[in-house]
Design a protein around this ligand. Structure first.
Ligand code: ZN
Length: 326
């Protein structure tokens, strides 16, 4: 089957069900909320006490079947045939591997202990054929609508890449050696793009203007990074943005040796910078050899352009580190 023929068959699954009449294994309940908050280290008072709500990010947890799956939870519930067919079609086309790429959630109202969730999942979209570092394949996005009774309380989008692993391609026959052609320079691999979404778009707008912006909760004044829809201290969704000075210190770091990524020349240090304002940020450190990076090293932000479309805030030493020639 040619690519166009396959793609037409794949797209025919858009809008068809993946899970029908799903029912949450357990009602929303305090013990699961407590375990989640302990695992996340989230002490937000909104999640305890008589008026507790569930952390919004637990949305998917209430729809998961656990080790036993969802069989037997509801006589009508189940994974729809269409989804299995779609995956089988991709398997047949050689896209036998799968990786989850991202998820996106929308919350319409908080869930509270006692709420019993139901859900339906549809195959929302199948992308055209894409080549990634892992191999060539198709992104499949499913959308789960979570309801309590008839009320839609949240939506969970989940995207996977079904792909043919790059290293499994059948080897091409060795070509006859030809007179040595002039070696072409290898095209430089581009760095991965940041995922920009509604929650963090303001940060990336700041980066475009070479400003390092932090979110500040309007009611309680607590600064936060990375950008999030709500305040972990008081729960408020109201915020404004303040520009950081760009000064900080290395709070911690790791040196990446493996795996090697084409866009990065290893080994290199990945740093967790504590900004002067008190929040921490994972970033690159440049202008210093990876083995000279130290905890406590003073650094300052610098906006580095990697290609026409990509500028990133990175950090450089604000003093000449010991042992590095001036
Ligand atoms: Zn707050």
């Amino acid at each position: 089957m040619d690519d166009d023929g396959l793609y037409a068959r794949l797209r025919a699954y858009e809008g068809l069900p993946a899970v029908v009449a799903g029912v949450g294994r357990d009602p929303v309940n305090a013990p699961m909320i407590r375990h989640w908050c302990e695992a996340m280290g989230d002490r937000n008072p909104a999640y305890t006490g008589p008026d507790a709500i569930a952390p919004p990010t637990m949305l998917q947890a209430w729809t998961m079947g656990g080790l036993g799956g969802l069989d037997g939870v509801s006589p009508h519930a189940g994974r729809a045939q269409a989804y299995d067919e779609l995956l089988a079609l991709l398997d047949e086309a050689g896209c036998t591997s799968v990786v989850a790429t991202d998820c996106e959630q929308e919350y319409l109202r908080p869930l509270r202990p006692g709420d019993e969730v139901g859900f339906d999942t549809v195959i929302e979209s199948v992308s055209g054929r894409k080549t990634t570092k892992l191999g060539t394949g198709y992104f499949v996005t499913t959308r789960t609508d979570v309801r309590v009774g008839a009320e839609l309380v949240g939506t969970h989008r989940f995207r996977i890449l079904k792909y043919a692993p790059a290293h499994n391609r059948s080897p091409e026959p060795e070509p006859e050696p030809e007179p040595e052609p002039k070696p072409k320079p290898e095209p430089r691999e581009l760095r991965p793009r940041p995922v920009v979404n509604r929650d963090n778009a303001g940060f990336w707008e700041g980066v475009r203007d070479h400003r390092l912006l932090l979110q500040r909760c309007t009611p309680c004044g607590v600064l936060r990074f990375p950008w999030l829809p709500g305040c972990n201290a008081c729960g408020s969704p109201d915020w404004d943005a303040v520009e950081a000075s760009g000064e900080g210190t290395v709070f911690s770091y790791v040196v990446m040796h493996h795996p090697q990524f084409p866009a990065f020349e290893g080994p290199f240090a990945v740093v967790l910078v504590e900004l002067a304002e008190g929040v921490r940020m994972v970033s690159d450190v440049i202008g210093v050899p990876y083995d000279k990076v130290r905890i406590g090293m003073p650094v300052r932000v610098r906006f580095e352009s990697y290609d026409e479309e990509l500028t990133l805030p990175v950090f450089e030493p604000s003093e000449t580190p010991e042992g590095v020639g001036a």
